[in-house]
Design a protein around this ligand. Structure first.
Ligand code: SF4
Length: 225
């Protein structure tokens, strides 16, 4: 097996150019050519190639070359609407957290104003008690004895599958619940809002502050502790 792939620790980024052979000894552009070629073959499928092509055009259109320098121009919500239109989608699905219902409503308005047919489904749909998946009284957010509906991402995915949506947009699903939605959704999924209860759904802030106010994020722990 080749050396472990660690692009996140790369100190000589050459994959951005044609001189990739000058990369480090564990650079996957050099060491993982077989996998790269296998993956590349997927783009020969017309629907995959077209999806990737439109995504790259969307990326291109998000910059302006102004005299003072390259400048970004579209917020993500705008990008999602533009990309869905490029792909020719008519029917979109929103899978949202109940805690972000107002954001889901605003997103619906934005997309409907652009002409899309929008189906939305809340994480608590089904009103299934958390006991169904083994949550104990002490693990309820509102405390023992309360009724709590479980987050139900598989139902969210299946209802949007059943509605025949062509593209799914996640709004604030929890860590892990979002993973189940990705696993069960038939149509492609993009994320508008990644839930972060502390940083106003801007999770990268945890990384930015890990050198100062949130340096506790860098503490060392073992997986057994
Ligand atoms: S692909 Fe190679 S050059 Fe690019 S970031 Fe990874 S290790 Fe660095």
């Amino acid at each position: 097996m080749a050396e472990k792939v660690e692009c996140a620790k790369c100190t000589k980024i050459v994959c951005y150019s044609k001189s990739f052979l000058e990369g480090s000894s564990n650079c996957p552009t050099k060491t993982r050519q077989e996998v790269i070629q296998q993956a590349l073959a997927e783009y020969n499928k017309p629907e995959v190639r077209e999806f990737a092509r439109q995504a790259s055009i969307q990326e291109f259109e998000c910059y302006m070359n102004l005299p003072e320098g390259m400048t970004p121009r579209h917020p993500r919500v705008e990008e999602i609407a533009q990309f869905a239109k490029k792909m020719g989608y008519k029917k979109l699905g929103i899978a949202s957290c109940i805690g972000l219902r107002h954001e889901a409503e605003t997103l619906t308005t934005i997309l409907e104003n652009r002409g899309f047919d929008v189906v939305s489904i809340c994480c608590k749909a089904g009103a299934i008690p958390k006991e169904r998946i083994g949550i104990t009284e002490n693990q309820k957010i509102k405390g023992p004895g309360s009724f709590e509906s479980m987050c139900n991402p598989i139902t969210q995915a299946e209802i949007l599958n059943d509605e025949g949506v062509e593209f799914n947009i996640l709004v604030g699903l929890c860590v892990g619940h979002d993973s189940l939605f990705f696993k069960y959704a038939h149509a492609p999924v993009t994320v508008l809002v990644a839930k972060d209860r502390v940083f106003g759904h801007n999770p990268v802030m945890g990384l930015y502050l890990s050198g100062s106010y949130y340096r506790k994020l860098l503490r060392k722990e073992s997986l057994d502790s």
